[in-house]
Design a protein around this ligand. Structure first.
Ligand code: HEC
Ligand code: HEC
Ligand code: HEC
Ligand code: HEC
Ligand code: HEC
Ligand code: HEC
Length: 442
C-alpha cells in the first residue's frame, strides 16, 4: 500500500513546484535580463580601461609611469589636471610636436617645463584608443590587495593535472567494471558447477571458492588473459612516457609570468620572441628587451580586486628586483651600475639534435598561431610544454594540415603538378613531401 501511495505524493509535489514556477516566471525573466544588462555594462566599461592598459604599456610605459615622474610626467589624473579638456589631450597625444609648433601656449609651457624632451607622435592611435588610455590613467590608484595566503595553487597549473587525473580515474573505473563482470561470471559458473554435480547446500559451503575457481580451467585462462592485457596496457603507457616531456614546467631564475605579460597586458609574442618569424629558432629575449619597459615598471601594481592567488604583488615586485640585480640597474638613480649577473633560463622545449625543426617555416610560411603548438601561453603563470614534440605529433599534423597555397606563386606551381598527380583539390603537408625522413632528419 505504502508503495502505491508514493507516486501520487511525488506528483503532488511536482505540481506545486510547477505552479510556483509559473507564478514567478515573468518577474524572474525580468530580473535575469536586468542582471545580464548590468553585468554587460560593467564588463564593457572594464574592457575600455583594460584595452587602455594594454595600449599604455606598449606605447607609453617607456616614458610615463602612472604615479611618479619618469622621462615624462606621471599620467594618473592627467584629465583632471587639464580640467577635462579631452580634445586638447587628443591633439597632444596624436602629435605633440605639431601642437608645440603651432604655438599652443599650454603645449609650449609643458614642453619647456620638461626641458624640451620630445615626446613621440602617435598618429596611429585612434580616438577610441586614446579614450581607452585616458580611461585607464583616470582609474583611482589601486589599494594593494591584501596578501592572500590561499593554498589552491597558481592559476594555469591545475589544468593539465585535472586532465591526467580524469584519465587515471577513467582507467580505474574500467578496471573495476572488468573485475565486477569477472566476479559475476565466476559466481555464475560456480553455480552451474554446483548444480551439475548435484551438490547440496552443506557441501557447497565446505568447498572454498578459490579451489573451485582454480579447478575451472576456462576461468583461469580468461582471467590470466585479462590481467596480462591490463598490465601491458599500463606498462606500455609508462614506457612511452620516457623521453616525452609534455607538461615539463621547471622553476626559472626569475618568475616570469606569460599570463601577466602576454595575457593581462596583451604584449605580442613576437615583441619578445622576435626571431620566431625570421629564423629557425624562436629564442628567449635578452634582458635588454625587458628593460625597454622595466626601466619604468619597477613595482607590480596589478589590477585592483584581482586575486593573484599565492603570488602576491610583493612577490612580483621582488621578482622585478631580481631583473634589476641581473642587469645591474639602480631604479632609484635610474642608471646602470655595471654589476651584471646573467640569468640562465631553463630550456623547456628541446628536440633531439638529429631533428630539424624550423619556426619561420611554420609561423611565417604556414601561418600557424603559436598557440597551435604551445597551447594557451597567455594563460600560463608558469611556462610549460604543451605538446609532446614526438615524431608522431609532427607527422600527425603534416597528414591533416592543408598547405596554404593562396598568394604564393612558388606553391601555386608545385600545387598544380602535385594536385594533378594525386587528383585532389587541396594538398596536405604530407603529400607535399612532409613525411620524407630527410626533411626532418639530418
Ligand atoms: C619618448 C618618451 C615618451 C613617450 C613614448 C610618451 N610620452 Fe607623453 N610625454 C613625454 C614627455 C617628455 C612629456 C612632457 C612634455 C614634453 O617634454 O614634451 C610628455 C607629456 C605627456 C602628456 C601631458 C602630461 C601633463 O602632465 O600635462 C600626456 C597627456 C602624455 N604625455 C601622454 C602620453 C601618452 C598617452 C603616451 C602613449 C600613447 C605617451 N605620452 C608616450 C614623453 C613621452
Ligand atoms: C615580455 C616578453 C615575452 C612575451 C611577450 C612572451 N614571452 Fe615567451 N618567454 C619569455 C621569457 C623570458 C621566457 C623564458 C622564461 C620561461 O620559460 O618562462 C619565455 C619562454 C617561452 C617559451 C618556452 C621556451 C623554452 O624554453 O622552451 C615558449 C614556448 C614561449 N615563451 C612562447 C611564447 C608565446 C606563444 C607568447 C605569446 C602568447 C610569448 N611567449 C610571449 C618572454 C616573453
Ligand atoms: C612591453 C613591456 C614589457 C616587457 C618587454 C617586459 N615586461 Fe615585465 N612587466 C610588464 C608589465 C606591464 C608588468 C605588470 C606590471 C603591473 O601589473 O603592475 C610586468 C611585470 C613583470 C614582473 C612581475 C610579474 C611576473 O611576471 O612575475 C616580472 C618579474 C617581469 N615583468 C619581468 C620581466 C622580464 C624578465 C622581462 C624580459 C624577458 C620583461 N618583464 C619584459 C611589461 C613588460
Ligand atoms: C608547428 C608548431 C610550432 C609553432 C606554430 C610554434 N612553435 Fe615554438 N617550438 C616548437 C617546437 C617543436 C620547439 C622546439 C624546438 C627545438 O627544440 O629545436 C619550439 C620551441 C620554441 C621556443 C624555445 C626556443 C627555441 O627556439 O627553441 C620558443 C621561445 C618558442 N618555440 C616560441 C614560439 C612562438 C613565440 C611562436 C609563435 C610566433 C611559436 N613558438 C610557434 C613548435 C612550434
Ligand atoms: C600544427 C601542425 C604542425 C605541426 C605540429 C608540425 N608541423 Fe611541420 N609543417 C606544418 C605545415 C602546415 C607545413 C607546411 C609549411 C609550408 O607551407 O611550407 C609544415 C612544413 C614542415 C617542413 C617542411 C616540409 C617540406 O616539404 O618542405 C618540415 C621540415 C617540418 N614541417 C618539420 C616539422 C617537425 C620536425 C615537427 C615536429 C617537431 C613539425 N613539423 C610539426 C605543420 C605542422
Ligand atoms: C615531420 C618530421 C619528421 C619526419 C618526416 C620523420 N621524423 Fe623521425 N623524428 C621526428 C622527431 C621530432 C623525432 C624525435 C622524437 C622524440 O624526441 O621523441 C624523431 C625521432 C626519430 C627516431 C628516433 C626514435 C625516437 O622515436 O625517438 C627515428 C629512428 C626516426 N625518427 C626515424 C624516422 C624515419 C625512418 C623517417 C622516415 C620514414 C622519419 N623519422 C621521418 C620527426 C620526423
Amino acid at each position: 500500500m505504502l508503495l502505491l501511495e508514493r507516486p501520487s505524493l511525488v506528483e503532488n509535489q511536482f505540481i506545486t513546484m510547477k505552479k510556483v514556477g509559473n507564478h514567478n516566471s515573468f518577474s524572474k525573466i525580468l530580473f535575469f535580463c536586468l542582471a545580464l544588462m548590468l553585468s554587460f555594462s560593467t564588463i564593457s566599461f572594464a574592457q575600455d580601461a583594460a584595452k587602455g592598459k594594454e595600449l599604455f604599456n606598449s606605447n607609453c610605459a617607456a616614458c610615463h609611469k602612472l604615479d611618479g615622474a619618469s622621462t615624462g610626467p606621471a599620467l594618473r589624473g592627467v584629465v583632471e589636471r587639464h580640467e577635462g579638456d579631452v580634445e586638447w589631450l587628443h591633439k597632444w597625444i596624436k602629435s605633440s610636436s605639431s601642437l608645440i609648433k603651432s604655438g599652443d601656449a599650454r603645449a609650449v609651457k609643458l614642453f619647456n617645463e620638461w626641458n624640451k624632451v620630445v615626446m613621440n607622435d602617435f598618429p596611429g592611435l585612434s580616438d577610441q584608443n586614446i579614450d581607452d588610455i585616458l580611461a585607464y590613467v583616470s582609474e583611482p590608484k589601486a589599494e594593494a590587495p591584501a596578501a592572500t595566503a590561499s593554498t589552491d595553487g597558481a592559476q594555469g597549473q591545475g589544468g593539465g593535472d585535472a586532465v591526467s587525473n580524469m584519465i587515471v580515474l577513467g582507467a580505474l573505473v574500467v578496471v573495476l567494471l572488468l573485475l565486477v563482470t569477472m566476479l559475476f561470471l565466476v559466481k555464475k559458473v560456480l553455480n552451474k558447477v554446483v548444480e551439475a554435480n548435484g551438490l547440496t547446500e552443506e557441501v557447497r559451503q565446505t568447498v572454498p571458492v578459490w579451489k573451485a575457481f582454480v579447478k575451472n580451467q576456462f576461468l583461469v585462462i580468461c582471467s590470466t588473459i585479462v590481467f596480462v592485457l591490463i598490465g601491458s596496457y599500463f606498462a606500455y603507457g609508462y614506457m612511452m612516457q620516457i623521453g616525452v616531456d609534455k607538461g615539463y614546467e621547471p622553476v626559472q631564475p626569475i618568475h616570469f609570468s606569460h599570463k601577466i605579460h602576454a595575457g593581462d597586458n596583451g604584449i605580442d609574442c613576437k615583441y619578445c620572441h622576435s626571431s620566431a618569424r625570421s629564423s629557425k629558432t624562436s629564442g628567449i629575449p635578452s634582458l635588454n628587451v625587458c628593460m625597454n619597459c622595466h626601466k619604468n615598471i619597477s613595482e607590480f601594481t596589478g589590477d585592483a580586486g584581482t586575486d593573484y592567488g599565492k603570488y602576491t604583488p610583493e612577490f612580483y615586485t621582488a621578482e622585478i628586483q631580481k631583473l634589476y640585480d641581473a642587469v645591474g640597474w639602480d631604479p632609484a638613480a635610474q642608471k646602470y651600475t655595471g654589476k651584471e649577473k646573467p640569468v640562465k633560463w631553463v630550456r623547456i622545449h628541446n628536440l633531439p639534435d638529429f631533428v630539424y625543426y624550423n619556426h619561420s617555416q611554420h609561423v611565417n610560411v604556414a601561418g600557424l598561431e603559436c598557440q597551435t603548438c604551445h597551447g594557451p601561453v597567455e594563460e600560463m603563470e608558469i611556462m610549460r610544454q604543451h605538446s609532446p614534440l614526438t615524431m608522431g605529433w609532427c607527422i600527425d599534423c603534416h597528414r591533416k594540415t592543408d598547405v596554404k597555397l593562396k598568394d604564393n606563386a612558388y606553391y601555386a606551381k608545385i600545387h598544380e603538378e602535385l594536385a594533378n598527380k594525386y587528383g585532389v583539390e587541396k594538398l596536405t603537408v604530407a603529400q607535399m613531401g612532409g613525411l620524407e625522413c630527410g626533411k626532418c632528419h639530418y
